[in-house]
Structures are given as C-alpha cells and as structure tokens.
Design a protein around this ligand. Structure first.
Ligand SMILES: [Cu+2]
Length: 150
C-alpha cells in the first residue's frame, strides 16, 4: 500500500512536469531582427525548426546552404499555405527557383547552390506563427520550420 501511494505520487509529479512543459515555449527566445539559418548536414532539414522575429520589423535573414550535395532555399508562407506553396513550387521548377507565383509566399531566398549562402531582407509579418519551407522539388514535406513573430 505504501509502495502504491509512492508510485501514485511519482506519477502525479511526472504528470505535473508534463503539464508545465506543454506547448511551445515562445517566451524563452527574444525576437530578433537578424536571423541566420543553415542546413542539418546532408539531410533535407534546416538546422533550426523555429526562428523568432520581431513582428513588423525589417528582418535580415541569411540562409547558409552547407550541403555539399543538395541545393536548397528558404521560403516563408502564410499560415497553412506551406503544402500548397510547396506543391506549386515543384511545378514552377528550377527555372523559377521553385518559387511559385502565389501571394501566400511572404519572403524567399534564391535557390542556394551547395556551399553557398543568400541574404535577404523582408518585413516580418504581424504577430503569429508562419511556416518556412524549402521548395526544392519535394523537400517541403520534411524541410520546414516555424517563424514566430511577436
Ligand atoms: Cu531543400
């Protein structure tokens, strides 16, 4: 009986711990106006899955494509539009840097060659959470993250 109550107490404390950590903690990172993002090795993944920017501010973003194999880009979209933009990007093709003509595209770098980088400036959208993806053919399903503006 003593063991059971000990077990329950442990369970309760674990559960409380989980409750506290629930959700994305956006308070930890202060919003930035200078952002740098790279690629995770030779994978189809960015090295950061979240970026935090100051809402409405002029943002400078440098995308470093450290891959030695794959070209990548960084494309910011309206919430919920990342798959649409990604699919249209495939159709747009490399001639258009995989950037579709779609108003849901808020900002984008060029298609960055291997071991190269591109720096862009753009006005951060209003406070919210905006997906960013790589639109090189098919990458968007796995190569993505969220820009938090606040
Ligand atoms: Cu990519």
């Amino acid at each position: 009986m003593k063991l059971l109550s000990l077990f329950l107490a442990l369970l309760l404390s674990l559960n409380l711990g989980c409750t506290r950590k629930k959700g994305v903690d956006t308070s930890a990172s202060e919003p930035q106006t200078n952002l740098v993002i790279g690629v995770l090795g030779e994978t189809m993944a960015f090295d950061k899955t979240t970026l935090v920017a100051k809402a409405g501010a002029e943002i400078t973003l440098t995308f470093k494509n450290t891959s030695t194999v794959l070209k990548h880009n960084w494309v910011l979209t309206q919430p919920g539009k990342e798959n649409e933009v990604g699919m249209q990007g495939i159709k747009a093709g490399e001639a258009k840097q995989f950037i579709p003509d779609n108003p849901a595209v808020l900002a984008y770098t060029k298609l960055v060659d291997v071991k190269a980088e591109d720096t862009i400036t753009f006005k951060a959208p209003p406070a919210g959470e905006y997906p960013y993806i790589c639109t090189n053919a098919g990458h968007h399903t796995v190569m993505k993250g969220i820009l938090i503006t606040k």
